[in-house]
Write a protein that binds this ligand. Sequence first.
Ligand code: ADP
Ligand code: ZN
Length: 236
Amino acid sequence: MPSDLIGAAPGSPVVPGARLVILGKQGAGKGTQAVRLSRHYVVPHIATGDTFRAAIRSGSEFGVIAKRYLDAGELVPDDVVIGVVKERLTHRDASHRGFVLDGFPRTVGQAEALQTILEPSRLDVVINLDVPTAAVLTRLASRRVCSSCGANYSVPDNPPKVPGICDVCGGDVVQRDDDTEAAIQRRLELYERETSPLVSWYSERSLLATIDGTGPLDEVTDRIVDEIDRRKLGAV
Ligand code: ADP
Ligand code: ZN
């Protein structure tokens, strides 16, 4: 078996490798679905928000700067984010097999930069995970995250087994600093203004697939995988 296939589920018809972007409002479930897709297609999950939170935890100079933007719910400037993603995409796992990008691109400028970075190849598909705003507000209020490894939980539906303690790493499970009402409102405003134009931008380039993000997690994953596989097999 080629080493690229190690990690694929036994017996699964999965063709490893995919170049994916997942778009969606805050709380649409992007992060959870992106982790599942990265396992399914055996590609790295590249989440810009996680990268910034890790930098903040490390206390680096870069982290101190990033914290100001994140706590206010503001976007980190394009040139900074583009630099981070460009560097990550040069690593062999991503350049060789592909990736799931989660939280990037978030502006048309970032989408244009991504296209240039990827040339001569291109994205396979951009998933637009669609969830009504009323539903994401409820999800965000109940979202909890591990302050060490970033694992996601929600109360009361999907809490850690021991309250406040991460199942994965034993770290503290807390509410994110930017899951305050003011920062959530700001992020949703920025989503409408900066990120929702990407839906038509990718649609014009025949890369967009809008998927219903409501309902049980497994059903949402199945919907996304079906759509990606149809496209990878050239059915659309
Ligand atoms: P959410 O989708 O809930 O806003 P993320 O973890 O994706 O959470 O992002 C958290 C924060 O990180 C954003 O509010 C923003 O400050 C910063 N950030 C992440 N990705 C980008 C990006 N592509 N461009 C600008 N800022 C970003
Ligand atoms: Zn953890």
